[in-house]
Design a protein around this ligand. Structure first.
Ligand SMILES: Nc1ncnc2c1ncn2[C@@H]1O[C@H](COP(=O)(O)OP(=O)(O)OP(=O)(O)O)[C@@H](O)[C@H]1O
Ligand SMILES: [Mg+2]
Length: 472
């Protein structure tokens, strides 16, 4: 069953409705659901799906001819058998065919043309420029390696530079969509789901393991998925990332590992990895801007363009977990999986706490606080930290996020310390204080006193209202 992605489908349908030809790229990391999205989009349209396997041009063309025969034969005269001597001939045929009627063509794993036939990119450019004005082709290139896809289409020296009309970056499901997706398949408590999500993130492919592996306990599930001898996700990070980084993967991996361990400033990363600060800076910028595996964060009161208070984090929950607990412990994992798992168990609660902070941040973004925030984000200075800070010119709200069950007394202590932290902020206005805990006893009482008090039950409430029903 295909789930959600209505915003992406809406975008694709909008482009489909444009007269004439368009060139669209769907990109996103491996396993995020690009193929599923492309196929769902094709389901009710005249279209062709071509997978670019790493094989001979002739073999690909044989496959593609079959697809054309199957899907378009009723439009072709009975004596015409589609047969192509080259990829160029195929593209020419598609462009000509679509002069008469709209046609969608998907090339999945488009970047593989690089190995199949490197010259194809420039012949595609030539044919496209020559014929797109008179045809109605919606050409969709799907690509898994974000870096490679950007190089093919965004590098000035590449033939296809500037040819793409629309980009759809496919991201993992957010927390709420992930929860709904999994709950449509198996019954998981919100608490267990937060723990699973902190390892699997919003990746449909990984979330689909939950119904198969979940036996009422998230730790056992994670053990089976990551730590056992045949654990299906144990090698996944390596498999997915090695090809992306090519021969420089070790340096990239070291940096990602350091970040996952909590070394988050360029200086800390340089100290941890032993790489020169200048080199680290180069890799950080590449991992952030080009590959999009890292996110650059600044304290919520700082100007992101000017400040030097920068911290990095791994954008993807799965990679964050994988580097932290699998890659970092590879040797132990090989020699003594039980020990690796014990170590993981001890450190996991704090790790989930960090994930919960990110979930809470998104939750606060969704809340109606009675004003339109200028910024919502984390804040830190020295050793002091505010988990969620949101403000406009008049209103300022500080939240503490706790992956713990709090009594009313605990909660009051937390609020006191937030009041103290407020003094550190360079903001003037009406201050309010809030908590997002796992469970919060007496939250009604706190609310009556003017505090913002939430727990996991409130957080997941958002998942009970689907973001948008699919249109018929
Ligand atoms: N929206 C969705 N609803 C339900 N299942 C989905 C959805 N998106 C993806 N999946 C499932 O997740 C798995 C991975 O998706 P898919 O193969 O489309 O990812 P991909 O981005 O093409 O990955 P790869 O880089 O490995 O080709 C598939 O089993 C697919 O059925
Ligand atoms: Mg795919």
């Amino acid at each position: 069953m295909f789930y959600d992605r209505w915003r992406e489908l809406e975008k694709l349908n909008e482009v489909y409705s444009f007269p004439g030809s368009s060139f669209l790229v769907i990109y996103g990391r491996r396993r995020v659901g690009k193929t599923a999205l492309a196929r769902e989009f094709l389901r009710d349209k005249p279209g062709l799906y071509f997978f670019v396997g790493e094989k001979d041009e002739a073999l690909l063309l044989e496959e593609y001819s079959r697809e054309i025969e199957e899907k378009l034969s009723h439009h072709l005269p009975p004596y015409v058998k589609p047969k192509f001597g080259s990829l160029e001939e195929l593209v020419e045929f598609l462009l000509d065919f679509s002069q008469e009627r709209k046609l969608v063509v998907v090339f999945d794993e488009f970047q593989n043309f690089r190995t199949v036939k490197p010259s194809f990119f420039s012949s595609l450019q030539r044919l496209w420029d020559e014929k797109k004005e008179t045809s109605n082709l919606m050409l969709i290139a799907v690509g898994s390696y974000v870096g490679m896809i950007k190089r093919i289409f965004m590098d000035r020296k590449e033939p296809l530079f500037g040819r793409v009309d629309e980009w759809v970056k496919l991201k993992p499901f957010d927390f709420w969509t992930s929860f709904n997706f999994v709950r449509s398949l198996v019954d998981v408590s919100p608490k267990d789901f937060v723990e699973l999500y902190s390892a699997l993130g919003g990746m449909p492919r990984y979330l689909l393991y939950v119904p198969r592996y979940y036996r009422g306990d998230s730790l056992k599930t994670l053990k089976a998925l990551f730590f056992d001898e045949f654990a299906p996700l144990r090698e996944e990070g390596l498999n997915v990332l090695k090809l992306e980084f090519g021969r420089f993967y070790r340096a990239h991996f070291s940096i990602l590992e350091a970040v996952s361990l909590g070394y988050v400033t360029p200086k800390e990363i340089s100290n941890k990895t032993g790489m020169k600060l200048l080199t680290v800076g180069k890799y950080l910028s590449e991992l952030t801007n080009h590959f999009e595996y890292l996110t650059r964060e600044v304290p919520a009161t700082e100007n992101p363009l000017k400040t030097r208070k920068v911290a990095y984090r791994i954008s993807d929950e799965f990679f964050n977990f994988w580097f932290r607990f699998v890659y970092h412990n590879y040797t132990t994992l090989e020699e003594n999986p039980e020990k690796a798992f014990e170590r993981f168990k001890a450190e996991f609660p704090a790790f989930v706490g960090k994930t919960y902070e990110r979930i809470a941040l998104d939750f606060v973004r969704k809340l109606d606080l009675g004003f339109e925030p200028e910024r919502v984000g984390r804040w830190w200075r020295g050793g002091e930290e505010i988990d969620v800070l949101t403000y406009d010119r008049k209103n300022i709200i500080l939240f503490e996020v706790k992956w713990k069950d709090l009594s009313l007394r605990d909660a009051r202590k937390v609020l006191k310390s937030l009041e103290r932290k407020a003094e550190l902020l360079p903001l003037k206005g009406d201050y309010r204080f809030g908590i997002v805990a796992r469970e919060l006893k007496g939250k009604e009482e706190l609310r009556k006193e003017g505090f913002l008090a939430f727990d996991l039950n409130d957080v997941v409430q958002y998942s009970l209202t689907p973001s948008k029903p699919r249109e018929p």
